[in-house]
Design a protein around this ligand. Structure first.
Ligand SMILES: Nc1nc2c(c(=O)[nH]1)N[C@H]1C(S)=C(S)[C@@H](COP(=O)(O)OP(=O)(O)OC[C@H]3O[C@@H](n4cnc5c(=O)[nH]c(N)nc54)[C@H](O)[C@@H]3O)O[C@H]1N2
Ligand SMILES: Nc1nc2c(c(=O)[nH]1)N[C@H]1C(S)=C(S)[C@@H](COP(=O)(O)OP(=O)(O)OC[C@H]3O[C@@H](n4cnc5c(=O)[nH]c(N)nc54)[C@H](O)[C@@H]3O)O[C@H]1N2
Ligand code: SF4
Ligand SMILES: [Mo]
Length: 723
């Protein structure tokens, strides 16, 4: 590997007038190791280098990572608070004026208190996100419940990791997204990956995927599209969107029929096998093929390869999770690992590709409507008592559980919720059924938005607060393996921007709740309280001190004491987290997507990502290289389908569903099923595909069905103006 050696030699050498700050990327759950290059004369970030010493990514980065540093000193940064005086400008970028922090705080406190005096404490809500450190996520949960004293808090992970969380909870009794470290993946014999566009969404996992194949192992991929990952697969199970439950049940059926079940493991470490075996017995390859559209021979071969592999890892992502049966899909695919006993040892297990940078940590520490730090539950009086001790409040003062992210919008429509503190999320692009959601935001009496740039959601706010990027603050993040890592500060906050934690502490003071917050004067101070608050919970971070994280290149939770090294592999002792120590095999009958195609809407619409943009695109659409590579949304259509509609490559068409419409350029590609169309969701305003998506919620996880709804294409008549 001469090239690799060359890069290693030239990398990470400091130049005159430069220092390197070791940290991680701001974007996805891979949390690639990077050094930010800082000019020591100006103390500003000027570039980035990969970190070859980071064991998970070994110097790899993707196009978003290598340009991430350009966010910090970007001309679009919000530098001072903004206030909107004229409510008639709501929903636009216009009508804001700059204000001092004091004026902004006074207005927020006055309006929040007016609303709470008139309509009760629960008339306020917090909607948050997990591009923030654990310390900030933790404090946001405390801010909602102790400073605002409202029950209504939820976060963007509800649209992201909630189905994986609910599925794992049910199956294992614990939700750590991966049962094994990534540094094991390339040593397994078979990767079974469902609903993940790994090469575009977790690109720096790919060298491990390729290594599995290079070593003679297998790659099986279930995806309606021939993604770059699927193209390399030994078997591509090109299923119809929304039919995974049938496919997973068929895999388990064939595994059992082929004699690949590990009967001893099943008997000793699981419950529910008989019921599962009976349910899946109906999922023959032929029957499953009718539902999924996948050829029976492929199903047979996939089950055989997975069943025979000495070690295998079942992996999945939003493709299977963002369905109104997402939690069932998670448990159903996880059944494969449990039935074969390929779990609870190195090189084998189950992993979801956690999405956001802190998608794992952010869901454990109290941003969820029903959860408290350490993955405790509000419904459990003992848990409430434990957290109250750390917070210094009485158990009676702890607000009840609230409702999920989308359901908060429904309460805004009903005027149960009148005020919103939005931070670190851009739901005016990323929530489903946007015509409805945008109307709910517009109807709020008072809305605050904290962001680094003026987002599409900020356009609905009365006050916008400027916060810091990840590079201007420090703290911890938990990556997709469950490894707690350290984000380091490379530059002072730009302009008057302040870290989210500081804004919350200062607001709490002005809301008369300062006694619970004023000791939290730094990210480190929050970290100490946060670790204490997780102690004894099963997402126990108590022993994950910043020092240990530095020394060990991260600490895997649970890590209950300062002596404890952390837990890279889950379930090595074959103890699952249910009371009897056994995992639950789940017998889950097939259900079709909430909205099936029909005569008027004959196509299946699915949505997702491209490598160049991140989520709502509010960050990446501002980076010149990324914008140039993917400047606008488009709809992927199969050539035969395009011929049927008489539409050409790059022609603009109208795509519509029962909820909304948008015009898109056509991208003709054979890499998609004939009955399916795909639109990336990273674009705002009239280009948002979420104008079309359905808010059918999973009954367990409350995840919306972003991945499947019924749609129709219409040719735009000549002479009609095109965008
Ligand atoms: N470039 C980039 N990377 C990202 C992100 C980003 O925005 N951009 N976001 C990060 C975040 S927060 C997340 S959550 C992850 C998401 O990572 P992924 O889940 O990998 O990304 P998606 O594009 O949402 O969907 C994955 C795949 O699911 C397939 N799919 C659609 N419907 C179905 C179905 O019914 N069944 C199956 N089996 N597959 C289906 C799609 O064709 C797509 O290829 O990526 C993270 N990384
Ligand atoms: N159709 C469709 N819709 C989807 C999905 C899909 O696959 N299809 N995927 C869903 C998924 S998986 C996800 S994760 C969601 C994500 O959807 P969003 O929550 O909207 O994601 P982001 O674009 O990351 O929004 C984060 C916002 O916070 C800002 N920000 C960044 N860092 C900070 C910070 O430290 N503090 C503060 N206060 N602000 C900050 C960013 O500029 C940005 O405006 O979208 C969901 N929506
Ligand atoms: S793979 Fe994810 S963490 Fe790594 S550089 Fe790309 S966006 Fe950043
Ligand atoms: Mo996500």
């Amino acid at each position: 590997m001469p090239a690799d050696k060359f890069f290693k030699e030239i990398a990470n050498k400091t130049h005159p007038n430069e220092r390197l700050v070791a940290t991680h990327c701001s974007y996805c759950g891979m949390q690639c190791g990077m050094n930010l290059r800082v000019n020591t004369s100006t103390n500003t970030i000027i570039g980035v280098e990969p970190r070859y010493d980071w064991p998970v990514t070994l110097g790899k980065m993707c196009p978003k990572g290598v340009t991430a540093y350009q966010q910090t000193n970007h001309p679009d940064r919000l530098l001072r608070p903004l206030i909107r005086d004229d409510a008639s400008t709501k929903g636009t970028k216009d009508g804001f004026r700059e204000a001092s922090w004091e004026e902004a705080y006074s207005l927020i406190v006055r309006r929040f208190q007016e609303l709470q005096n008139e309509h009760g404490k629960d008339s306020l809500s917090v909607f948050s996100g997990v591009s923030m450190t654990n310390e900030k996520c933790y404090l946001t949960g405390k801010f909602a419940r102790v400073a605002l004293q409202t029950r209504y808090i939820d976060y963007n992970g509800r649209f992201c990791m909630s189905s994986a969380a609910a599925g794992f909870m049910r199956t294992f009794g614990v939700d750590r997204g991966s049962t094994l470290p990534w540094t094991d993946l390339h040593e397994t014999d078979c990767l079974f990956i469902a609903g993940s566009n790994t090469a575009e969404c977790h690109p720096t996992s790919m060298f491990r995927v390729w290594e599995v194949q290079n070593r003679g192992g297998y790659l099986i991929v279930a995806d309606p599209r021939e993604t770059p990952l699927a193209r390399r697969a030994d078997i591509h199970l090109d299923l119809r969107p929304g039919t995974d439950l049938a496919l997973a049940n068929c895999m388990v059926n064939l595994i059992i029929r082929n004699g690949h079940a590990d009967r001893e493991f099943v008997a000793r470490h699981t419950n529910g096998f008989e019921e599962l075996a009976e349910l899946v017995s109906g999922f023959t390859p032929e029957y499953t093929s009718e539902i999924t559209g996948v050829a029976p021979e492929k199903l047979i071969r996939a089950a055989d390869i997975y069943g025979k592999a000495p070690n295998a890892v079942v992996m999945f992502a939003r493709g299977i999770e963002q369905q109104h049966k997402g939690a069932d899909n998670v448990s159903a695919y996880t059944n494969m690992a449990l039935v074969t006993g390929k779990i609870g040892r190195p090189k084998a297990g189950v992993a979801t590709f956690t999405g956001q940078g802190n998608g794992q940590g952010g869901r454990e520490h109290g941003q969820k409507a029903d959860a408290l730090p350490g993955y405790r539950k509000i419904a459990n009086p003992k848990h409430v008592e434990e957290v109250c001790k750390v917070w210094g409040i009485q158990p009676e003062e702890m607000p009840q559980a609230g409702v999920s992210a989308y359901e908060m919008f429904e309460l805004m429509e009903k005027k149960t919720i009148c005020g919103l503190y939005l931070l670190c999320s851009n739901p005016a692009v990323s929530a489903p059924n946007l015509n409805y959601v945008r109307a709910c935001l517009r109807g709020l009496d008072f809305m605050v938005c904290t962001d680094i740039y003026l987002s599409e959601s900020a356009e609905f706010a009365d006050v916008v607060l400027p916060t810091t990027t990840w590079s201007e603050d420090e703290g911890t993040v938990t990556n997709l393996e469950g490894r707690i890592i350290k984000i380091n500060k490379a530059q002072e906050p730009l302009g008057e921007s302040k870290p989210d934690w500081q804004i919350e502490v200062e607001l709490a003071e002005r809301l008369g709740r300062g006694q619970y917050f004023r000791h939290l004067t730094s990210a480190k101070a929050i970290s100490d309280e946060f670790r204490e608050a997780t102690k004894g919970g099963y997402a126990d971070y108590y022993g994950a001190t910043w020092e240990k994280i530095e020394q060990q290149q991260g600490v895997f939770w649970p890590c209950p004491s300062e002596e404890h090294p952390g837990t890279p592999h889950m379930f090595l002792d074959k103890k699952f987290y249910h009371a009897d120590g056994k995992a639950k095999l789940c017998a889950l009958p097939y259900r079709p997507p909430a909205e099936e195609p029909c005569e008027s809407y004959p196509l299946r619409l699915t949505t997702g990502r491209v490598v160049y943009h991140y989520l709502s695109g509010n960050q990446t659409r501002r980076i010149p290289f990324l914008r140039d590579m993917c400047p606008e949304p488009y709809v992927e259509v199969h050539p035969e389908t395009a011929a049927q509609y008489g539409i050409a490559h790059e022609e603009v068409v109208r795509l519509y569903t029962r909820r909304g419409e948008a015009n898109y350029k056509v991208k003709i590609t054979e890499a998609i099923r004939k009955d399916t169309v795909f639109v990336p969701y990273h674009f705002g305003h009239e280009g948002s595909v979420n104008l079309l998506t359905i808010a059918a919620l999973d009954p367990m996880s409350r995840m919306p069905e972003f991945k499947a709804c019924a749609a129709q294409i219409e040719k735009i008549q000549e002479g009609v103006a095109q965008r």
